[in-house]
Unconditional design. Structure first.
Length: 169
């Protein structure tokens, strides 16, 4: 199997990379919890159901399917990267088929930053990037780690000034 290309290979020589990150780990937490619960159900079924080759094989194959699905979802999260350069924002995703979405920063007209209570507690958020009346390949970035840093960097590049924080006396 061919290894997915690194997203830095898509950065042009005339661009400067500003930020590169993988989405927050909470994105795969649901898969990990589901796998743990299903393994628990399979374990209870193995103890409670009468022994036999059919039941044993079904439980073994069920556990194998849970493991394969969880491994695939974690692999998807691992290879997915977001890169912001001084000219565009790119999202590369896909384990077997790689897809690279891109939005030029020159088309950005509005930024919306959203953080739920859990997002504030665990350190992730969603950035909505809007363009001049067009649907772009990349308009929402969910589960961004340290979203304040990304929001400030993209605001500075798009709108020209860094967000001013009040100074403390």
């Amino acid at each position: 199997m061919l290894a997915p290309r690194d997203i830095d290979e898509y950065v042009l020589p005339t661009e400067r990379r500003v930020i590169r990150f993988r989405r927050h780990w909470v994105k795969v937490m649901n898969e990990v919890v589901q796998a743990a619960v299903l393994f628990g159900v399979l374990l209870v079924a193995a103890v409670e159901l009468p022994e036999g080759p059919v039941v044993s094989n079904m439980l073994w194959y069920g556990a194998l399917l849970v493991l394969i699905k969880a491994s695939y979802k974690i692999s998807e999260w691992w290879v997915e990267k977001v890169v912001m350069t001084d000219k565009r924002v790119m999202l590369a995703e896909g384990v077997f088929t790689q897809k690279v979405g891109m939005m030029p920063l020159g088309k950005v007209t509005d930024l919306t930053f959203e953080r739920t209570f859990m997002g504030r507690a665990l350190g992730y958020g969603t950035l909505v990037i809007e363009s001049a009346g067009q649907i772009q390949a990349l308009n929402k970035i969910h589960h961004m780690p340290d979203p304040d840093e990304f929001y400030e960097a993209i605001s500075e590049l798009v709108f020209g000034e860094k967000r001013q924080t009040p100074s403390r006396p």
